[in-house]
Ligand binder design. Structure first.
Ligand code: ADP
Ligand code: MG
Length: 484
């Protein structure tokens, strides 16, 4: 069999019937260009996940009417898209009607879930995941119909039927990154028959069969989990921008498309806030060396960004600058801490036991403080847990203060080439200082792949522009030629 390719479409790439038809053409073209083994992965139609979240919140307040009205409006939007897609393609009407029935069934289930939630005025993470996956299920059926309309055998697959995950509703992980149970068994037989499966992104199956989700943007992760399990030759992420930019293009106007990124650079960027990729996207495929290409479904002639094992482009020291917002910096301080072994260890195991992820660590060499960042939403819980853990040390004065500062952003400067280039840090800090931005904390990964600065939330955008202008602007824009 020809090598498998996985193609993932984000919400804007399946925004409406026209875009779904466009996505279907991209899949059909990929098939005709040689690889018959094509797997599609789709997000919900643009905006639907947000609407589902709002409907959940409405239902939780007990407002049954408003929640079911929201479900009806979403159903209507899909029905309209269905009509247009069915009319555009060559699928016999009785076959197309099956898709229409399946979509109506999904929204019937949705109404029941929201109704139940409204009655109980309670929304469990489990129910929420089940509700949210509705968007991907409906989109997969529309995209499969559009592809069949082009004469390509296609079938919608619900990942919560087979893709096995942990039971962490809302933030699940696959049971294996590289050989996720269920994936190959569900997909390979279809590929062998020449059928193109269209798999729902974002969701998977818990141990008891319930629906889980991977968190916002999780369809990227689905694509690489599937790509890894099938040992695909390449994963393409189709989105609304022509690749990964050197900074968020909405904030830094001079940002340019990067033609190539190393797995570690892409991973660092997505972890530190580059929304274009889900933070865990790179994990399943990096060890296997399966490249990921980020391309625009609106401009499919462009080459996009290739994320791979060998992408240190000469001359590019700093590749990108990204930011995560709404963080808090916590400092555990005390002159008595110096020389007391194990304090840092206890700090981080306390946070780990509460499943609070630490987004940055910076320790002064004096050992009289431990300073780190956590998401702002976890700051109060982290503070309370640390005060409980270190009660005796606070009592006897070994630790003088646990300080929490909210409203912080982390700005990350990323590039593998930084490790071999002296003076990069100086350039970064000069740029920030010249813009009169106060730096609250600094961390440099030991790999020198990343320098992270904590700044006030309100100064993030200025910091991004200043660092980008000083360290990146002026790089050549990505080539406009197609990839192969
Ligand atoms: P999709 O629905 O296709 O998954 P997303 O909205 O999740 O699309 O991600 C694409 C968006 O990410 C872009 O429209 C852009 O505004 C934003 N973005 C933020 N940082 C970057 C970056 N460094 N490079 C490219 N896009 C970025
Ligand atoms: Mg996304």
């Amino acid at each position: 069999m020809t090598p498998t390719q996985v193609h993932k479409f984000g919400g804007t790439s399946v925004l409406n019937a026209d875009r779904v038809l466009n996505a279907a053409r991209i899949l059909a073209d990929a098939r005709s260009e040689g690889s018959t083994a094509i797997v599609g992965v789709t997000s919900a139609l643009g905006g639907i996940t947000d609407e589902l979240i709002r409907a959940c919140e409405t239902a939780r307040t007990g407002d049954t009417n408003a929640a079911t009205a929201a479900a009806a409006a979403m159903q209507h939007r899909h029905a309209e898209a269905f009509d247009q897609i069915a009319a555009a393609g060559a699928v016999p009407p009785n076959e197309a009607a099956e898709t229409r029935t399946a979509i109506d069934q999904l929204f019937g289930d949705l109404r029941e879930l929201l109704h139940g939630t409204a009655l109980l005025r309670e929304l469990t993470p489990r129910t929420r995941d089940r509700v949210l996956a509705t968007g991907e299920k409906a989109a997969a059926r529309l995209l499969a119909l559009a592809l069949r309309g082009l004469g390509v055998p296609a079938l919608a697959l619900d990942a919560d039927d087979f893709l096995r995950t942990t039971d962490d509703f809302g933030e699940a992980d696959p049971l294996s990154y590289t050989d996720c149970p269920g994936v190959a068994n569900a997909i390979t037989p279809l590929l062998t028959e020449g059928v193109t499966p269209i798999v729902t992104g974002f969701c998977g199956r818990a141990s008891d069969g319930a629906t889980t989700t991977f968190g916002r943007g999780g369809s990227d992760f689905t694509a690489t989990i599937i790509g890894a399990a099938l040992r695909a030759s390449e994963v393409t992420i189709w989105t609304d921008v022509p690749g990964v930019f050197s900074a968020d293009p909405r904030v830094v106007r001079t940002a340019c498309v990067l033609s190539a990124l190393h797995f570690r650079e892409a991973s660092e960027m997505s972890y530190y806030g580059a929304k274009v990729l889900h933070p865990r996207t790179v994990i399943p495929i990096a060890g296997l060396g399966i490249p990921v290409r980020i391309r625009s479904s609106l401009e499919p002639a462009l080459a996009g960004t290739l994320v791979s094992r060998d992408a240190a482009v000469a001359g590019e020291t700093v590749k990108a600058v990204t930011a995560v917002r709404r963080q808090a910096i916590i400092a555990v301080e005390g002159n008595g801490m110096a020389g007391v072994p194990g304090i840092a260890g206890r700090v981080f195991s306390t946070l780990a036991s509460m499943r609070i992820s630490v987004t940055m660590i910076s320790q002064a060499s004096s050992e009289s403080s431990v300073c780190f960042a956590v998401p702002e939403a976890d700051a109060a819980a982290a503070d309370a847990a640390l005060r409980a853990e270190f009660g005796p040390e606070i009592e006897d004065g070994t630790i003088e203060a646990v300080r929490v500062r909210t409203g912080v952003g982390l700005v990350a400067v990323v590039g593998l080439g930084m490790a071999h280039t002296p003076g990069v840090a100086a350039r970064v800090f000069t740029a920030v200082a010249e813009s009169r931005i106060n730096v609250l904390a600094i961390a440099q990964g030991s790999s020198e792949l990343n320098i992270t600065l904590g700044v006030d939330d309100g100064e993030i955008d200025r910091a991004l522009v200043a660092i980008h202008d000083a360290c990146i602007a002026g790089l050549a824009p990505a080539s406009a030629s197609p990839p192969r």
